[in-house]
Design a protein around this ligand. Structure first.
Ligand code: FAD
Length: 477
């Protein structure tokens, strides 16, 4: 064969492969970006997509991160998962990660800045005394909040049962959050505040302003003004059966990225994404350029510096900053109006009193009676002089300022999953509904199906447009 013919055949083959193989660039390696990579790989044929993940940090995981305090590692961001978080549960099985369940024998109290307005009892050590304390604590909680507790449970389980439809095989592919929420009748719960919804459900104002407010302050650093849906998700985070990954939740992201056979670009901050009419040109702040047919944003856009050409338009959203302070030492009971020899509860939550300098303080690890590791959540940084009042012993302190989750304000407005008429996708549009590791996974799964259906023409896309591509979708899609 003449050499010119050989060159022509090779060029033609390479060209054909280029048509078949789409390059997908994902910005962010948290649970959203890693889930997108996982589902894109799972739902497409191996050679159909080339996946690149860009991460500005030197490690993957995003808001799933660990902190090292006096030699021990603790979850610093996303910590607990719900037993019905089916995607993340599945990841742990797929990746062979060990789950540990959160201990439910911790005692807790509600502090109003002057006194403890509620206190549960510390659990006994043996099985039988543990059971008795549990029963006694149930009675104490019931005594204070009465039948409203059942109404709260029924509100949460009602929303949870709607949410579980997102795992149904019959779930459609959604272009927008509105569409997604309306499909399960959850949309209305993003349009009213939790307080309004709970009052309408007949809960007492005492339960709302105390226990429920405490839970909102712990889980989202906010109060009962947040939407009914975000509130219900937060209430789920205070139930039983909660779990985390032994050794750190970030391992889910690391494992998924590894398994999806992606090109991972660490320490690469995406600075500009421009569309040239065919491809997205991704520019990193160091001047590297990548061309991709598809760009997926797997990070909240509210506080990142990415320039889009042409510009995109999404609703303005403010992120709530949660200041997380880790202390190894011992709390000072005197600060809480107790005798210096008193034992303080494992979890101290607070009600909405503007002068209160923290939302919660919890024991992460109990080394001995006078040596513990603590996590403090607050809306503002906690200064050293205040810490010196709250703690009688302080061996080590670590502070993290998280751009943690949206500042929720019903009625919520949502950005779409598809940001232009081409292939620019946004996973973190889901965070206006609620921000959790499972929510990002859920949005990523939907975005992966949306991408593949629009690239190759799956059933859902065919019903929306007359475009019919080659049906390369894996049957699981
Ligand atoms: C203090 C705290 C406690 C929480 N507790 C819980 C909890 O108990 N349970 C729960 O389920 N959820 C919890 N959450 C929420 C949960 O952590 C998040 O919803 C989830 O981890 C979001 O994942 P993500 O992948 O969507 O975003 P992220 O984890 O934020 O990932 C985005 C990634 O994109 C990267 N990135 C950003 N910009 C660029 C750029 N220009 N170029 C390249 N890379 C970029 C970031 O570095 C980051 O790694 C908590 C969050 C915080 C902060």
């Amino acid at each position: 064969m003449e050499w010119r013919t050989v060159v022509w055949i090779i060029t033609a083959l390479l060209g054909a492969r280029h048509v078949l193989c789409n390059k997908i660039c994902i910005v962010g390696s948290g649970i959203g970006g890693s889930s997108a990579a996982h589902f894109l790989r799972k739902y497409s044929e191996e050679e159909a997509v080339e996946i690149h993940v860009f991460e500005r940090n030197s490690n993957v995981g995003g808001r799933m991160a660990m902190v090292e305090l006096a030699g021990d590692k603790f979850e610093a961001g996303g910590s607990i998962l719900h037993p019905k978080n089916l995607h993340t549960l599945h990841y742990t099985e797929l990746l062979g990660l060990k789950r540990k369940t959160a201990s439910d024998d911790r005692d807790f109290a509600i502090w109003d800045g002057q006194k403890f307005i509620f206190k549960s009892y510390a659990s006994g050590k043996s099985g039988i005394s543990k059971k008795i304390t549990e029963l006694f604590n149930d009675l104490v909680v019931f005594w204070r909040y009465g039948a409203s507790l059942f109404k709260m449970q029924s509100f949460v389980s009602g929303l949870l049962s709607k949410f579980l439809h997102y795992y149904d095989d019959s779930r459609p592919i959604f272009y927008s959050m509105e569409e997604m929420l309306k499909w399960t009748d959850l949309y209305e719960h993003t349009q009213h505040s939790l307080e309004v919804e709970l009052a309408a459900a007949g809960l007492s104002s005492r339960l709302i302003s105390e226990l429920i407010t405490v839970i909102m302050r712990i889980n989202y650093g906010q109060n009962v003004d947040i939407s009914g849906l975000a509130g219900a998700v937060s209430l789920c985070g205070s139930g039983g059966g909660l779990w985390s990954v032994e050794g750190g939740n970030w391992q889910m992201a690391a494992g998924l990225i590894d398994m999806a056979n992606v090109s991972l670009h660490l320490n690469k901050e995406v600075a500009t994404i421009s569309f040239d009419g065919k491809n997205y040109e991704i520019n990193t702040s160091e001047g590297q350029i990548h061309h991709c047919e598809v760009a997926v944003l797997a990070t909240p856009l509210d506080e990142v510096n990415i320039t889009f050409i042409p510009a995109i338009s999404i609703p303005v959203r403010h992120l709530h900053h949660t200041y997380t302070t880790f202390v190894r030492g011992l709390l000072n009971p005197v600060y809480f109006g107790q005798l210096s020899s008193s034992r303080l509860p494992d979890l101290i939550g607070t009600v909405e009193v503007p002068s209160l300098p923290f939302s919660s303080i919890s024991v992460l690890k109990d080394y001995s009676d006078d040596d513990k590791a603590y996590k403090i959540f607050s809306r503002k940084p906690v200064a050293d002089d205040l810490l010196d009042k709250i703690f009688s012993v302080r061996k080590e302190t670590i502070r993290i300022d998280w751009a943690a989750y949206p500042h929720y304000q019903a009625p919520e407005k949502f950005a779409p999953f598809l940001l232009d008429d081409h292939h620019l996708y946004y996973i973190n549009a889901i965070e206006n509904a609620a921000s959790t590791m499972e929510m990002s996974s859920l949005a990523a799964e939907n975005v992966a199906r949306l991408i593949l259906s629009r690239l190759y023409g799956g059933p859902s896309e065919k019903s929306r447009s007359s475009d019919s591509g080659n049906a390369k979708l894996h049957s699981e899609l």
